[in-house]
Unconditional design. Structure first.
Length: 245
């Protein structure tokens, strides 16, 4: 649903020429962003909602700190016990891989060769004028997860300010399909230089063999703090405590 809306009205200026080396510069900026973000702690909230008859009937929700151990190793710690009240669907390993790697999508120099990137013109996002790029996987590799969609790159900042697309591959089977919703991710300047993901949202209809299923996702990234060797890490609430609805 999100991607259809984007594709239907994409780009006010389709005649604009792609600036020289734009894709390379975006990928290099993405590599610097990933390196910088790996030195930050933050809080990630994930909510997944399933619908029936136009009403929400089940949900999964978790809140976790992405932080560091006392040895400086990256770690993810639940702040409270996840809420698991899904009725019709089950989240899979691929869903959680997308949560880490695809929903907060960043095109980097290291991943650029996996994608065919085209130029779609110029469009405004809020008050920002943006170049619009379309990134599609060159091929689907077994066991890999990819982004298929659009990136909005600020003409002044050179940073990705919005991404909209879908995780792929969608896994279609006769009995047990594994499908993934379209989404939009918003980015904002955090450290005065890089634009980090701050919010991902999606509302989509997934065509399972048993029938269409509406789902919503929401991911919020907050409390970004730069980690240093002298930082004091405060962990979340006891993971054994049941989260409030």
């Amino acid at each position: 649903m999100v991607v259809t809306a984007v594709a239907g009205g994409l780009c006010a200026n389709m005649l604009a020429q792609m600036p020289d080396d734009l894709v390379r510069r975006v990928a290099e900026s993405g590599s610097r962003l990933v390196e910088a973000r790996n030195n930050y702690t933050y809080t990630q909230r994930f909510r997944f909602v399933e619908f029936a008859g136009g009403r929400p009937v089940g949900r999964y929700e978790e809140l976790r700190d992405v932080t560091f151990t006392s040895d400086g190793e990256r770690a993810e710690l639940h702040k409270r016990k996840p809420i698991l009240r899904l009725k019709r669907l089950r989240l899979t390993e691929e869903d959680f891989r997308d949560l880490r790697d695809v929903n907060p999508f960043v095109l980097t120099s290291e991943t650029l060769h996996f994608y065919k990137v085209g130029y779609k013109g110029i469009e405004d996002i809020g008050t920002q004028q943006c170049h619009v790029l379309q990134a599609r996987p060159r091929q689907i590799l077994e066991g890999q997860r990819f982004f298929d969609g659009f990136l909005w790159v600020g003409t002044t900042s050179g940073e990705v300010v919005q991404a909209a697309g879908r995780p792929v591959p969608q896994i279609h089977r006769i009995k047990k399909s594994n499908l993934f919703p379209a989404f939009v991710t918003h980015y904002a300047p955090i450290d005065g230089e890089h634009w980090f993901p701050i919010r991902t949202e999606g509302d989509d209809i997934l065509p399972f063999p048993s029938g269409n299923q509406r789902v919503q996702i929401l991911i919020e990234y907050s409390n970004y703090k730069r980690f240093t060797a002298t930082s004091t890490i405060e962990f979340g609430d006891d993971a054994s405590r049941e989260g409030a609805p």
